[in-house]
Design a binder for this molecule. Sequence first.
Ligand SMILES: Nc1nc2c(ncn2[C@@H]2O[C@H](COP(=O)(O)OP(=O)(O)OP(=O)(O)O)[C@@H](O)[C@H]2O)c(=O)[nH]1
Length: 299
Amino acid sequence: MTIQWFPGHMAKARREVSEKLKLIDLVLELVDARLPLSSRNPMMGEITQQKPRLVLLNKADLADPLITRQWEEWFQAEGTPAIPVVATQGDGLRRIESEAKKLVKPKMEAMMKKGIRPRAVRAMILGIPNVGKSSLINRMAKKNIAKTGDKPGVTRTQQWIKVGKEFELLDTPGILWPKFDDPQVGLRLAATGAIKDEILDSDREEITYFLVRYLQSHYPGALEERYKLEELPEDPWDAVLLIGKKRGMIRAGGHIDTMAACELILREFRSGMLGRITLEQPGKEQTDQDPNREVPPLD
Ligand SMILES: Nc1nc2c(ncn2[C@@H]2O[C@H](COP(=O)(O)OP(=O)(O)OP(=O)(O)O)[C@@H](O)[C@H]2O)c(=O)[nH]1
């Protein structure tokens, strides 16, 4: 896997985020509930500095609910409250305002002591590509986008979305990059579709191998059930071949179309058809897959 952000892109993204940070009281850090750490920018704390943060575990509808619960506790223990949400359906969004208010209370109280009139809490969404930022903004916006170019400190191009009486959201999210220094992180991101497939074409088999192996060890029965298999071969490639065969993915000469089988498994995993599955668990070293291990060739 050779996905990299160019340093120039990173610097630009970081600059843009820094500009937006000046306008807000609180960061809504959007991560993917199926891989909360891998879908988090490793420098989030450094970039957002002292701003309070609320983690939103998005796509919770696709994640394992028991593990999402554990992640909520994990983030809480780390000092950053977390809420599971489903941006596309609006689940969990009502809690955002109340949690946000709690987090900015000290700042608001300090402002009041100085005689500054209390105002709406201002927040921005920050997250890696494809994590659901636009979906969340659209869902929160409904029709509440308010032009507020006349507010002090707000540039004319920024718009605020009024969410409830005392909460406002910046209408453009901050985009940050995930970290790719650990190959496992790249594989998890790729498996969920966080990295565009076109970039990953040559790696699709490697990603499927990784996913099938993970499912075999953490969600036994998931593939068997979906593809109506009595028994899944222990070797991930044999499992992929069997699934391809079962689905009639046969090419001329009787060979199984492994690429088609890989695409099927990835597509169905991403859309939740294999069940609600989380790819990383709190408190457990993700050592069940050796990152230095070469994926053996298919044929
Ligand atoms: N199942 C599910 N899908 C979601 C959820 N939130 C977003 N998605 C899907 O995830 C994909 C990416 O969502 P976007 O809202 O475009 O993500 P983004 O972070 O704005 O993406 P970029 O513009 O690339 O930065 C879309 O196909 C959404 O429909 C969710 O809570 N559950």
